[in-house]
Design a protein around this ligand. Structure first.
Ligand code: IPM
Ligand code: MG
Length: 357
C-alpha cells in the first residue's frame, strides 16, 4: 500500500526549499518505484493568513492520517505582533504535541567539503558526527502553569514551568541508548542537576535506563559545560540526550560547528516511528523569495524520512551520496559559498541533486 506523505511548506523560505525536496521525492516515486502519495496543507503564518489559526483542523487531520510529514519552516516578522498563543510557532508545537512526536533527532555532521565554512578551526570540526536527541513534547515548552500575571503591587510577573514525568524521561532515554548502540556506544545526558530538581530526577532516570544498556558508556554533563565543550572539542561527543529547551539551544550551537545551519536535517518521531521531518533552520524571512536558500537540509530530511518512517535505507543513502556528489562538484548555495566554488540558486541545487539521482 502506498505511504501517505503530507507536505507542509509553511512560511519564509519554507515553500522554496520544500519545492526542491518534493522534486527529490517525486523523482524517487517516478523513476525508482517509491510508492508514495503526496498531499499538501497549510501551517504557521500561511495558515493564519488563510484560516485565522496556525494549525487548522484540516491540516491536523491530514497529519494524523499521514505516514510521514515534511515541513519547511514557520514564522516571520509579519506575525510577531500576534498573541503568543496563536503565532505561527504554535502550529509547529501543536503538531509535535498532537502527534506525540517526542523524540527529536538532530544529527550534526560536517561534510569534509565544507570544513572551511565553519568558523571553528578545521582540526576541531573535521570528521564531526554528533547526534543530538532532544525531548520534544515536554519540559518547559509545554509545562503548566504558564503565562503572565499581575502581582498585588501591580507589577507583571511572567512564569513557565519545567516539568518531566519519569516515563517521559525513560522513553527518550531509551531512544537515545538505542541510537548510541548503533553508533559509537557513547551517550552524554545533558541536564542542570546542580540547580533544577526536575533535571536531577532526569539524571536519575537516565542512570536507571543505563543499567539495561551496559555496552553504552553513559556520562552526564551540566548544560552550561556542554555548551562550552561543544565549541571547545565537539568530537568528544557521540550521542547527546537532553530536555526540550536545552536541546533547542545546543542543537543550534552544534549546527554552526558544521559551517551552515542550512545543511542540517531533523526527524521528530513518535513511539511507532511515524515522523515529521524538517530542516533545523527557521523560515529566514530576510532571504525568503530570493531563491538563495540552501535546500540541502530539507533534502537530507527526506533522506531521514526514508530511513526512519518509510524503511527505505538504500534510497536514503542514495540521497546522501547525491549531496556528497554535488558538494564534490563544487556547487554551493551562498551560505556555504567559498573561493573557487560555483554558486547556485536554491532551485539550481535541487536540480543538481535530481540530476545525480
Ligand atoms: C526548533 C525551533 C522551534 C523550537 C521554534 C520555531 C518553535 O527553534 O525547531 O528548534 O523552539 O523548537
Ligand atoms: Mg531551535
Amino acid at each position: 500500500m502506498s505511504k501517505k506523505i503530507l507536505i507542509l511548506p509553511g512560511d519564509g523560505i519554507g515553500p522554496e526549499i520544500v519545492t526542491e525536496a518534493v522534486k527529490v521525492l517525486a523523482t524517487l516515486r517516478d523513476e525508482q518505484g517509491l510508492d508514495i502519495e503526496m498531499d499538501e496543507a497549510l501551517v504557521g503564518g500561511a495558515a493564519i493568513d488563510a484560516t485565522g489559526g496556525p494549525l487548522p483542523d484540516a491540516t491536523l487531520d491530514l497529519a494524523k492520517e499521514a505516514d510521514a510529514i515534511l515541513l519547511g519552516a514557520v514564522g516571520g516578522h509579519k506575525w510577531e505582533s500576534l498573541d503568543i498563543s496563536i503565532r505561527p510557532e504554535k502550529g509547529l508545537l501543536g503538531l509535535r504535541s498532537e502527534l506525540n512526536l517526542f523524540a527529536n533527532l538532530r544529527p550534526a555532521i560536517l561534510y569534509p567539503q565544507l570544513a572551511d565554512a565553519s568558523t571553528l578551526k578545521p582540526e576541531v570540526v573535521s570528521g564531526l558526527d554528533i547526534m543530538i536527541v532532544r525531548e520534544l513534547t515536554g519540559g518547559i515548552y509545554f509545562g503548566q502553569p504558564r503565562g503572565v500575571r499581575e502581582l498585588d503591587n501591580g507589577e507583571r510577573q511572567g512564569y513557565n514551568t519545567l516539568v518531566y514525568s519519569e516515563s517521559e524521561v525513560d522513553r527518550i532515554a531509551r531512544v537515545a541508548f538505542d541510537i548510541a548502540m548503533k553508533r559509537g556506544k557513547r551517550l552524554c545526558s545533558v541536564d542542570k542537576a546542580n540547580v533544577l530538581e526536575c533535571t536531577e530526577m532526569w539524571r536519575e532516570v537516565v542512570t536507571k535506563v543505563a543499567e539495561e544498556h551496559p555496552e553504552v558508556e553513559l556520562s552526564h554533563m551540566y548544560v552550561d559545560n556542554a555548551a562550552m565543550q561543544l565549541v571547545k572539542w565537539p568530537k568528544q561527543f557521540d550521542v547527546m540526550v537532553t530536555t526540550n529547551m536545552f536541546g533547542d539551544i545546543l542543537s543550534d550551537c552544534a549546527a554552526m560547528l558544521t559551517g551552515s545551519i542550512g545543511m542540517l536535517p531533523s526527524a521528530s518521531l513518535d513511539e511507532n516511528s511515524k515522523g515529521m521531518y524538517e530542516p533545523i533552520h527557521g523560515s529566514a524571512p530576510d532571504i525568503a523569495g530570493q531563491g538563495v536558500a540552501n535546500p540541502l537540509a530539507t533534502i537530507l530530511s527526506v533522506a531521514m524520512m526514508l530511513r526512519y518512517s518509510l524503511d527505505k535505507p538504500a534510497m536514503a543513502e542514495r540521497i546522501e551520496a547525491a549531496v556528497n556528489k554535488v558538494l564534490d562538484d563544487g556547487l554551493r548555495t551562498p551560505d556555504i559559498m567559498s573561493d573557487g566554488m560555483t554558486e547556485v540558486s536554491c532551485e539550481g541545487m535541487g536540480d543538481a541533486i535530481v540530476a545525480v539521482l
